[in-house]
Every structure is written in C-alpha cells, then in structure tokens.
Design a protein around this ligand. Structure first.
Ligand code: IPM
Ligand code: MN
Length: 357
C-alpha cells in the first residue's frame, strides 16, 4: 500500500477552512483507493508572524524537503505590510524548494457560469505553465535616495538560459502528455522586452525542434488577455514568464468561473511540489463558512496527480464536476447554496459513492 507524507500549511484567512474541506476529500479518496496520506500541520503564516516576528523558522525548509508534497491554504494578513509574508513564506518556499513551474489549469466545468457569452466547457480548457523562480520575482534591483525627489527605483527581470529552458521543456513535455490540441503558445513581449523575450523565443524554437508533433505559436501578453476573452478555445498549453503568468492566470481564473475553483501547483519535477488554491486569504470571509473550497479540493487533485495517483485525482475531478453541474448554484462565496463545509461533505460523498474500480 502506497503511503505519502504531506506537509499542510493552512495559513491565513480562509486558508484553514478551505484546506479542511480539501483534507476531507483527500481522506475520502485515500480510503477508497487504498493509499495512505499522512498529514503533518505547520502554522506558518500571518498569525505566527504577528506573534513571533518569524516568517519561516530556521530549519523549516530542510524539514519540508523531506515530504512527498506540500498542501498550502493561503498566505496574507491584513495587519502585515504587503511583501513580508509573500516574500518570507510563499516566495521563499517556491525559490528554496526550486519549484520552478507554476502550473495553472484553466478549465470551465459543466454547470459553471462563464462570464463570456456563448462559451462552453469545450471552449475553455487550457493550462498555463508559468515560470516560478525568476523574472521580476527574483528580487533584483534596488533603491537610491529613497524618499527624496531624486529617488531611483530599479526592479530587474532575471531570465537565465537554464531557468527559461527548463520551463519551456516542461511545457513541451506537458503538452505532449496532455495530448489535446498538441499546441504550445509562448506568451511574451518580444516587441518591447527585446532582451528577455529574445532569450525566451530563441530557446522556445530550439526546444521545439525536439517536438515536431507539437504545434507552436507565439502571442504578445497583451494580445493573450484579449484572446482569453475572445477566443479561449485557441489555447491548449501556454508557457510564459513569472510576472505575465501571474497576471494572465488571474484572468484565466475569472473565465473558468472565479477564484472559487482556480487551483495551482508549484512544481519541482525532481523535488517537493506545493499545491494551493490561487485565490488568496480573503480576509473579509474568514471564519464565516462561506467561501468555496473547490479550488483547494482541485489543488488536492493536482497533488495526487503529481504523486502519480492519477485514478485518485480523476475521482476527485469527477466528484467536483458532479457538484458544479448538479448542485452548486454559483461558485461565488455566499452564493453557492451550500456552506463551505457542506461543499466538502458533498464532494466527499460523491467520491465515496463512485469509488475506484
Ligand atoms: C499568486 C500570488 C502570488 C504571486 C503573491 C501572493 C506573491 O498572486 O500565487 O499568483 O504573485 O505569485
Ligand atoms: Mn497571482
């Protein structure tokens, strides 16, 4: 019997309440698929920081390296200045664990209301492969003469051949394995960012030669935002840098029905990966049992897939589709027709009823 050790970081705001439902569903899947999931909880987040002044304690990264995966709720606290928890916890985990891919599926499930007129589930089904350790997120730059009229602020985008190439390779492999349209689109800004995206474009074409079966395409990031709304069916897999990936995946989340359903994986294919709902801590809903836990539940499915438990992952996805297509009135917090915990109960029940053959 396969057994996995999972580090759980429920984090801030609504993180703990959605993670609780995710664990409920993962436990249901584990018991009917004969796998064992051992969850170990960590209290990293804003509350701990406010109490102790510590983001990630000494030794935390080394300890987390020993797990099979990390399941994260949300990081962000209204009393903490923006940047401290993000850099001190979320980005540190991504960087230190070298989770160089941020994988974000954008999939409209049956029964989910789409804000774009006349688009159906078959039209919105693509995946964004976002580089996750470099670009503008690397923290390069600095400030001179701060607070004076002569202030200079520099924030540089770091793009290494190695970082770009491993991300692009991952995207080609992923596109091939996915085997849908077999089309990979590079999203960049070659008309303005002529250093960084020249490297991306050259690397993209070089790697493409090894994948003759994959069609390649290029689009500027501004055009990508336009086509997400106009022709989302054009996309299969998109590869892009960290900053553009951050921005377009929020738009992607909206066209798939909102933050209530959007999940992501921070992947280190050779190491420890971390899975999270991408919506954040939603402070105004904290503790009210109103937010949608489906994003956290879908993040759990992505985690099982990464662990190689494909059947278990598909079982969760089917149960989620059952919930969206026949039960939930909306995916929005407070408008689902169910409380957070009831959505978890519902999905866990469908998992148990279906089981694995
Ligand atoms: C995300 C978030 C993070 C990011 C923030 C919280 C640092 O927006 O996961 O998309 O920018 O990567
Ligand atoms: Mn984001």
């Amino acid at each position: 019997m396969k057994s996995y050790n999972i580090a759980v970081i429920p984090g801030d705001g609504t993180g703990p309440e959605v993670i609780r439902e995710g664990i409920k569903v993962l436990d249901a899947v584990a018991s009917c698929s004969g796998i064992t999931l051992n969850f170990h909880y960590y209290d990293f987040g804003g509350e701990r920081y406010v109490r102790t002044g510590e983001t990630l304690p000494d030794g935390a990264i080394e300890e987390l390296r020993k797990y099979d995966a990390i399941y994260l709720g949300a990081i962000g606290h209204p009393d903490v200045k923006p940047g401290i928890l993000e850099k001190g916890i979320l980005l540190s985990l991504r960087f230190e664990l070298d989770q160089y891919i941020n994988l974000r599926p954008v999939k409209l499930y049956p029964g989910v209301e789409c804000p774009i007129k006349n688009k159906r589930p078959e039209d919105i089904d693509f995946v964004v492969v976002r580089e996750n350790t470099e670009g503008l997120y690397a923290g390069a730059g600095g400030v001179l003469k701060k607070g004076t009229p002569d202030e200079v602020a520099i924030q540089e985008s770091i793009n290494t051949r190695k970082g770009v190439e491993r991300c692009i390779r991952f995207a080609f492999e992923y596109c091939k394995k996915r085997d849908k349209q077999n089309k990979l689109t590079l999203c960049g800004k070659t008309n303005v960012l002529t250093f960084a995206f020249d490297l991306w474009e050259r690397t993209f074409h070089e790697v493409a030669r090894e994948y003759p079966e994959i069609k390649t395409d290029y689009a500027h990031v501004d055009a990508v935002t336009m086509w997400f709304l106009k022709n989302p069916e054009w996309f299969d897999v998109i590869v892009t840098d960290n900053m553009f990936g951050d921005i377009i995946t929020d738009l992607g989340a909206m066209i798939q029905g909102g933050m209530g359903i959007a999940a992501g994986g921070n992947i280190n294919p050779e190491g420890v990966s971390m899975f999270e709902p991408i919506g954040g801590s939603a402070p105004k809903y904290t503790g009210r049992n109103l937010v949608n836990p489906l994003a956290a539940i879908c993040a759990g499915a992505m985690m099982l897939e990464q662990l190689g438990e494909n059947k278990a992952a598909i079982l969760i996805e089917r149960a989620v589709i059952e919930a969206t297509s026949r039960y939930l009135k909306s995916l929005a917090a407070g408008q689902m027709g169910y409380r957070t915990s009831e959505v978890g109960d519902l999905v866990a029940k469908f998992v148990n009823e279906t089981g694995i053959d």
